[in-house]
Write a protein that binds this ligand. Structure first.
Ligand code: TXA
Ligand code: MG
Length: 349
């Protein structure tokens, strides 16, 4: 299959392109598109054949459910069994935006889309290209992140091309995404609303609207024997090809440890990489030193993380180290993704 790659400007969207992309989706084809979080790999959410194609294009296990994207509040009721009051309250506070809610599904949603589950994850993105595309597709786009399974989520159009060239009909490049980490997922089918994946919308923000909100313990990297409630969280996501270790401790000690380790690996002929911050970047001696922005700007770290992990892959880094980040606010989502990328390898110095 030949993949068509088209650049779009979110502030001046070419309606002819959107119409064509909508036709591809209605016809059962696949289109990668930007959202405010990461790029999505879209197919018609109500067409089981489209969902099968999504799993095949990503190389994704079929028991890992897809998120259904909508662009109008009135499109929520037809795909859900019931909308609890919490759903309306969260929609009012955070939609359109980087929050995914889980409801009991209606029969309109094929189980191919929900990975066999009787629940459905729904998201209403704020990106204008995404909104117009969803409308053109008929209202419902199933879209996982547009990476090949196991790779970091795409934050640039060309990341989608790297992973999906020849596997999808079209890629819409809308420029760099704003947030850089996938949406927060909250399960509204459990007794107490539960966060299954941390993201830009934090527990604190959700509690302001709902009162008490629980967090699925498995996402914090705590040792439990329970499987995560979001099936996708059990897979080793975001993994760079080389080995990544997070180093925690006092700044001087962290720098000293990482430099020492990098020198050691370099002496043995390995290529090394460091993820750090503007404040420390000058002090590292590694083959690849990448700052994720200022330490005080957690949003910049969120935006840069996946791009840096992909750069390390492109440059074929073999041993990588990352500074650790504050877990407050979006920091919880940053550390959740970083811990997964590192396979939970953390060194305290
Ligand atoms: O920001 C995002 O959410 C991006 C953009 C494209 O919208 N999408 C995304 O999709 O991250 P994906 O497929 O990469 O991650 C979806 C996660 C998986 O961990 C999956 O297991 C979980 O959501 N999920 C989907 N439906 C679910 C359900 N019914 N119950 C529990 N977890 C669910
Ligand atoms: Mg994903």
């Amino acid at each position: 299959m030949k993949t068509e790659y088209i650049e779009l400007n979110e502030n001046q969207i070419d309606s002819g392109v959107i119409r064509r992309a909508g036709e591809i989706l209605r016809g059962g084809g696949l289109v990668a598109f930007p959202t405010e979080t990461v790029y999505g790999l879209g197919g018609d959410a109500l067409n089981p054949e489209s969902s099968r194609k999504i799993y095949a294009a990503k190389g994704r296990p079929q028991d890992n459910p897809l998120i259904v994207h909508i662009c109008r509040m009135e499109d929520l009721a037809p795909i859900t069994e019931e909308i609890p009051a919490a759903g309306y309250a969260l929609a009012k506070a955070f939609w359109p935006g980087p929050l995914t809610m889980i409801f009991h599904k209606s029969i309109l949603v094929p189980t191919e889309t929900t990975g066999g589950l009787s629940t459905v994850a729904v998201r209403f993105p704020s990106n204008k290209i995404a909104a117009e595309l969803i409308r053109a597709a008929g209202g419902y786009i199933a879209a996982p992140s547009a990476n090949a399974s196991g790779r970091p989520s795409p934050t640039l159009g060309r990341h989608c091309l790297e992973d999906l060239d020849g596997k999808v009909e079209m890629i819409l490049d809308g420029g760099p995404v704003g947030i850089g980490l996938e949406s927060t997922i909250i399960d509204l089918t459990s007794e107490v609303p539960t966060i299954l994946r941390p993201g830009y919308v934090t527990q604190e923000m959700l509690e302001k609207v709902l009162g008490t909100v629980e967090v699925d313990r498995t996402i914090l990297g705590e040792e439990t024997n329970l499987p995560p409630k979001a099936p996708g969280m059990k897979y080793r996501h975001y993994a760079p090809r080389g080995e990544l270790v997070i180093v925690e401790g006092r700044q001087e000690k962290v720098i000293q440890y990482i430099n020492h380790a990098c020198e050691d690996y370099a002496a043995r002929g390995f290529k090394t990489g460091v993820i750090c911050t503007d404040e420390t970047a000058q002090q590292y001696r590694a083959d690849l030193v990448r700052s994720a922005g200022s330490r005080d700007d957690e949003e910049s770290v969120a935006r840069c993380l996946f791009r840096i992990l992909r750069e390390f892959d492109e440059e074929e880094a073999q041993f990588m180290f990352s500074e650790s980040f504050d877990r407050a606010g979006i920091g919880q989502a940053v550390m959740n993704r970083l811990m997964k990328a590192a396979g939970h390898r953390v060194v305290q110095v």
